[in-house]
Design a binder for this molecule. Structure first.
Ligand code: SF4
Length: 245
C-alpha cells in the first residue's frame, strides 16, 4: 500500500513529526545532505529520533573546502557515517575532455550537463537502494521550489518517497533553530553566502538579492536548479551526443 501523509501532519507539519512518520513508514530512508543550513537542522532533528541515520552527500569534485570541513564537523558531532557519493569518473573525463573543466561557463546546456554528470546521475545511482529520501528544500527558497510538497512520490527516482520536512519553514526559522541548538553550520555563510553549491558556481549575495542569486550568477533568465529537485524536461542531452550540439 502506498503511504500517504496523515492530514494532521499535512496541516501542521512539524519536521520532527514528519521525520518520525517517514522512519515509521519506510524501511530505508536516506537523508541527502548538501551541508547547507537546512542539512544542519534535519540531521539534528533526525538524530534525536534515530541513532542509525543514513546520510549521504554528493561530492561533485568541485566543492569548496569549507563543505568538506563541514562534513567532518557533522560526522564528529553526531558520530554518524556519511556516505560520500562521487560521479562516474569516466563520465567526468568525457565532458571535461570534450568541453573543458569549466564547461558550465560556455552555455546553460553545458552547465546542466555538468550538473547532470556530477550531481543528478550519482544521486540516481545512490538512491537505488532506498525507499525514501529526505531533502532540505524549502518553498520560500525560490519560485521553482514554491510548490514543494512535504511528501511526494518521486517519479525521477523510481517512485520512491521524497520528503521535505522543512518545506514550510522560513529562512529565519532555520537559523533560529541553528542558533538555539548551537548547531555547526557551513563557514561560507559568514562570508555572505546565502546558498552554497560548487565552488566555481557559487558566490556571495548582497542585500536584497534572491537567496539563490549567487548560484550560476552569470546565467540570465535560466532556472537556478541543478536538476536534482527540478528537472528541465529530462537529461540536458546524452553524453554521447554532446559534441553535436
Ligand atoms: S554546480 Fe557547477 S561545477 Fe557543480 S556540478 Fe553544477 S555546473 Fe558543475
Amino acid at each position: 500500500m502506498i503511504a500517504t501523509l496523515p492530514a494532521e501532519l499535512a496541516s501542521n507539519p512539524q519536521p520532527a513529526d514528519v521525520l518520525r512518520w517517514a522512519y515509521g513508514n519506510f524501511s530505508r530512508v536516506a537523508i541527502v545532505a548538501s551541508f547547507q543550513a537546512e542539512s544542519s537542522v534535519i540531521i539534528d532533528i533526525a538524530s534525536r529520533i534515530r541513532s542509525d541515520l543514513s546520510v549521504l552527500t554528493l561530492d561533485t569534485g568541485r566543492l569548496p573546502q569549507e563543505t568538506h570541513d563541514m562534513i567532518d564537523r557533522v560526522r564528529e558531532r553526531y558520530q554518524i557515517e556519511i556516505q560520500v557519493v562521487h560521479p562516474d569518473a569516466g563520465e567526468v573525463q568525457r565532458i571535461v575532455t570534450e568541453h573543458g573543466a569549466n564547461l558550465f561557463h560556455h552555455s546553460p546546456q553545458l552547465r546542466r550537463l555538468c550538473c547532470d554528470v556530477r550531481k543528478s546521475r550519482p544521486l540516481d545511482r545512490a538512491l537505488s537502494g532506498y525507499d525514501a529520501w529526505v531533502t532540505g528544500v524549502r518553498r520560500q527558497q525560490s519560485a521553482t521550489r514554491a510548490e514543494t510538497q512535504l511528501f511526494a512520490l518521486d517519479e525521477h527516482h523510481n517512485g520512491i518517497a521524497k520528503i521535505a520536512p522543512l518545506a514550510t519553514w522560513t529562512k529565519a526559522r532555520v537559523w533560529d533553530y541553528i542558533r538555539a541548538n548551537h548547531l555547526p553550520y557551513h563557514a561560507l555563510y559568514d562570508q555572505g553566502y546565502t546558498s552554497i553549491g560548487c565552488a566555481p558556481c557559487t558566490r556571495a549575495t548582497t542585500a536584497g538579492e534572491d537567496e539563490r542569486a549567487g548560484r550560476w550568477w552569470w546565467e540570465q533568465n535560466e532556472v537556478k536548479e541543478c536538476g536534482i529537485h527540478h528537472s528541465p524536461n529530462g537529461r540536458p542531452y546524452p553524453l554521447s551526443a554532446s559534441k553535436k550540439r
